[in-house]
Design a protein. Structure first.
Length: 97
């Protein structure tokens, strides 16, 4: 009887171990699937952010170019205005009694 009880206890232990291993295997598979899904979602977000950064970089370059052009135009206008002011000043000096 003692040997049968011992064998029965060992069989129960082996069955419990097999059940635990099967449960761990299923949980591991689920976690791997979830991790793969999360990785794919992060990869998509990363690609999207990378594209946004490239667009932003392109926009920055475009804005710098426009800023350079506008600065050049503003300097030209200022210089023209200075010439006009100087001409007017000279004309006013000529007309003084």
């Amino acid at each position: 009887m003692k040997a049968e009880d011992e064998i029965s206890g060992q069989n129960d232990c082996i069955t419990a171990l097999r059940d635990s291993l099967a449960k761990l295997e299923n949980e591991s598979e689920d976690k791997i699937k979830q991790l793969a899904s999360d990785y794919k979602a992060l990869s998509i977000k990363h690609d999207s952010l990378q594209q946004v950064c490239q667009t932003a970089d392109s926009d920055v370059i475009e804005l710098k170019n426009k800023n350079f052009q506008l600065t050049a135009q503003l300097k030209k206008i200022i210089n023209e205005d200075l010439v006009n002011v100087t001409d007017l000043s000279d004309q006013n000096v000529q007309y003084l009694p």
